[in-house]
Write a protein that binds this ligand. Structure first.
Ligand SMILES: Nc1ncnc2c1ncn2[C@@H]1O[C@H](COP(=O)(O)OP(=O)(O)OP(=O)(O)O)[C@@H](O)[C@H]1O
Ligand SMILES: [Mg+2]
Length: 269
């Protein structure tokens, strides 16, 4: 009998206090992301979304609790390069061309040059950057750099993608295109995605579940099952449907719930 697939991410009682300034960024985070699931994190600026993603990626150590990534410790998952990351800053290597940046994770994994070239060509086509393969990051706009970072995150078709506002710098049409491509890739590869965004419609469109965080200290205040609009969409007009707007309204209410509770102490949901 084969063992069941472990969750992509399992967080238990995770908390984080930064000693500098004694900021409690996160408290008591319980969250399990199933293999292949798309989960968005949404919440006010400074509520700890990036910190949580960095903890999953083992770029930051939690002060309390435990973190498992694909059934391994976060450290082991990082060493094994089990996930792709695309963060708020593109984080490209200035001295490498666009194609060489995309190929970096493959190079680190000993993939041969011909296969690397073919893969980066495919990804750059997806990102609409074929003509820029041999240019350097400094020659690209912010949104273009971000698309290179996304292509790089996808290079090894990882089982988990960690994305921190990856589409924030993109114009609306490019953003919708990249959302569609991300969903397609996640579907084809079975990758789970943990996705940070400030956009409620984006979270609703992409996700199976939207995790709503509240500020100071960051904690999960609500989890809204949105049902994967983008994944199940057969027509492109799903974003204008009444049902879609109802999901958006549900997440907005969950987000507002906090502020209302803080401001007036009354639950207006
Ligand atoms: N290295 C650090 N040292 C001290 N405090 C930090 C550090 N990194 C983050 N913080 C604090 O932790 C809190 C959460 O920050 P974080 O970057 O995770 O927020 P966020 O939800 O991603 O915000 P945004 O939506 O603006 O990106 C903030 O109060 C921030 O000041
Ligand atoms: Mg952030």
């Amino acid at each position: 009998m084969s063992s069941p697939t472990p969750p992509a991410v399992a967080l238990s009682a995770v908390g984080k206090t930064f000693t500098a300034g004694a900021v409690t960024a996160l408290t008591d985070i319980e969250l399990t992301v199933a293999a292949g699931e798309f989960v968005s994190l949404i919440g006010p600026s400074g509520c700890g979304k990036s910190t949580l993603l960095r903890i999953i990626a083992d770029l930051e150590q939690p002060s309390t609790g435990s973190v498992l990534v694909g059934g391994k410790t976060a450290r082991q998952a990082r060493l094994d390069q089990d996930y792709g990351i695309a963060f708020q800053q593109a984080g490209l290597l200035d001295w490498r061309t666009v194609a060489a940046n995309v190929e970096l994770p493959l190079e680190l994994h000993g993939v041969d040059k011909k296969t690397r070239r073919a893969r980066s060509a495919e990804l750059l086509k997806m990102a609409g950057l074929t003509d820029f393969a041999n240019r350097y990051p400094a020659e690209l706009s912010g949104g273009m750099q971000q698309r290179v970072a996304i292509a790089r995150a996808l290079a090894r078709t990882p089982g988990l993608l960690l994305m921190d506002e990856p589409f924030g710098a993109l114009d609306e049409m490019t953003r919708e295109h990249m959302q569609g491509e991300l969903l397609r890739i996640a579907r084809e590869t079975g990758a789970a995605v943990v996705f940070v965004t400030h956009s409620i419609p984006e979270a609703v469109y992409l996700s199976d579940r939207v995790v709503v965080l509240s500020a100071r200290p960051g904690r999960i205040s609500d989890i809204v099952s949105t049902g994967g609009w983008g994944r199940s969409a057969t027509d492109t007009d799903v974003r204008s449907s009444t049902e879609f707007f109802a999901s958006v309204a549900a997440v907005r209410a969950a987000l507002r719930g906090d502020e209302v509770a803080t401001v007036g102490g009354r639950d207006l949901r």
